[in-house]
Design a protein around this ligand. Structure first.
Ligand code: 21W
Length: 196
């Protein structure tokens, strides 16, 4: 599921060693011959719950003194840009993904992870949310994207994107706003701020 992390901008950050991403397969920590990692919920009900032991051992296999453990959970607080900036200052993030109905609550009790949701809609697991977090956080790691891009963002923080145009000058009879071709950088800045 994590192939997208090795493509494009984040993929290049990995290839060039600016960030390191290790995918840990919780199944590898199962003690069952069929690598079973989920079981029926105590008390009954639909679906399956991920077992505590494989998750516990998987976390222990990568947990360091300075690790920050994040559990992607629909019950978590909603991920934000400011949180992305804060997390980018950490040395080591562990992103724990549940699948199906969730994980045995004792994992939460033992490790007390930060819980993050990416929004109020139901997904099939925490994998896509984990990739959202990795993508948003990686942008703030030094050298991953250009200083200019990050500066542009901080100057316009709280504003919406301004409309952008590139060649050709006229497309399907629609012209680029003339101010953008004027070479007047002060007027261009004003136009963009207004539009945003
Ligand atoms: C969806 C897990 C629904 C659990 C108690 C008894 C991680 C996610 C997820 C998922 C349930 C995020 C229940 C936005 C998301 C995630 C899978 C509910 C029902 N609870 N951000 N029965 N949306 N989703 N379990 O779905 O793991 S971050």
């Amino acid at each position: 599921m994590f192939a997208p992390l090795f493509e494009s901008i984040v993929g290049r950050a990995v290839s060039s060693g600016k960030i390191e991403i290790n995918i840990i397969d919780i199944r590898e920590f199962s003690k069952d011959k069929h690598k079973k990692c989920d079981d029926a919920p105590f008390g009954g009900g639909a679906g399956m719950v991920m077992m505590a032991q494989p998750i516990y051992d998987a976390i222990k296999s990568v947990l360091k003194e300075d690790s920050k453990l994040i559990y992607l959970s629909p019950k978590g607080s909603i991920f934000s840009q400011s949180q992305a900036v804060e997390l980018s200052k950490e040395d080591h993030l562990i992103l724990l993904c549940g699948h199906y109905e969730g994980i045995d609550e004792r994992i939460i009790e033992i490790f007390n992870p930060i819980q993050i949701s990416i929004g109020d809609y139901v997904l099939t697991g925490g994998e896509l949310p984990a990739m959202v977090v990795v993508d948003a956080v990686s942008r703030y790691v030094s050298g991953v994207i250009s200083k200019d891009s990050l500066e542009e963002e901080s100057h316009t923080s709280g504003l919406l994107e301004y409309p952008q145009y590139t060649r050709p000058n006229v497309f399907m009879g629609l012209e680029v706003p003339p101010v953008l071709l004027s070479g007047n950088h002060e007027e261009i800045r004003k136009f963009r701020r207004q539009a945003a």
